[in-house]
Ligand binder design. Structure first.
Ligand code: HEC
Length: 201
């Protein structure tokens, strides 16, 4: 891996000292966190944000984790996230299970959905384009610990999760009128269903 003759790379004893310092630092921080949790001093409230560096570290750690975990996700042959028909199959899922937190074209997220960290607006291109197809799928399948982001994996089939992923991929370009039309059609279909088969996704 690293070449120890290069001056930029510390010698083994130096590296060990560095690692030991990092370990002690980490343990000290973890100890302090455990102590303050134990003492009840830590404010778990959504309305009491972390310091900016902690906030950055948690978000950055989440992004690194998703990028790493998603390396094993294989896009099935025949699945194309730009396919409009595939995305539109997920209108029920998105409008029922996602829109209240993440918003939809012409429909901002529910104002009472106050979470920390705050769910991003998925109608914004820069939010969605930061993730690859595999990463988006992984997030939607597995959720994100300690944030309120739900996991569809335990209750939904992969083909449905790919449809939701396609929906999210296409969301920033979707016109509010078209979203409205899809929701209206979905609700009309639901209303026609027999009461016994009400929730089918
Ligand atoms: C109860 C609220 C809630 C619901 C419902 C919810 N999410 Fe999330 N979602 C979150 C939160 C909170 C995050 C994490 C934000 C963070 O870590 O910065 C998140 C993160 C995400 C991200 C990553 C966005 C980013 O910050 O870069 C995607 C994509 C996503 N959710 C898609 C979905 C989809 C699709 C659904 C519906 C199947 C859904 N979410 C349902 C709250 C929610």
């Amino acid at each position: 891996m690293s070449n120890q003759n290069t001056p930029l790379v510390p010698s083994r004893p130096q590296r060990q000292t560095g690692r030991r310092a990092a370990l002690i630092g980490g343990l000290t921080l973890a100890g302090a966190a455990a102590l303050s949790l134990g003492a009840g001093a830590y404010d778990v409230g959504v309305t009491a944000p972390h310091s900016k560096p902690t906030e950055w570290a948690l978000r950055h750690g989440m992004e690194l984790s998703v990028r790493n975990q998603a390396r094993d996700v294989k896009i099935p042959s025949g699945v194309d996230l730009r396919d409009r028909a595939l995305a539109e199959r997920a209108i029920g899922h998105y409008s029922v299970a996602c829109a209240q937190c993440h918003g939809a074209p012409g429909h901002p997220a529910a104002p009472w959905m106050v979470l920390y960290p705050a769910p991003a607006d998925l109608t914004e291109a820069e939010t969605v384009s930061r993730w690859t197809d595999a990463e988006l799928f992984w997030i939607i399948e597995n959720g994100i610990k300690d944030t309120g982001m739900i996991a569809l994996g335990p209750t939904h089939q992969a083909q449905d999760i790919w449809a939701v992923t396609a929906f999210v991929r296409q969301l920033p370009a979707m016109e509010p009128g078209h979203y409205h039309e899809l929701v209206t059609r979905y609700q009309a279909q639901r209303a026609q269903m027999a009461p016994t088969s009400a929730h089918s996704h």
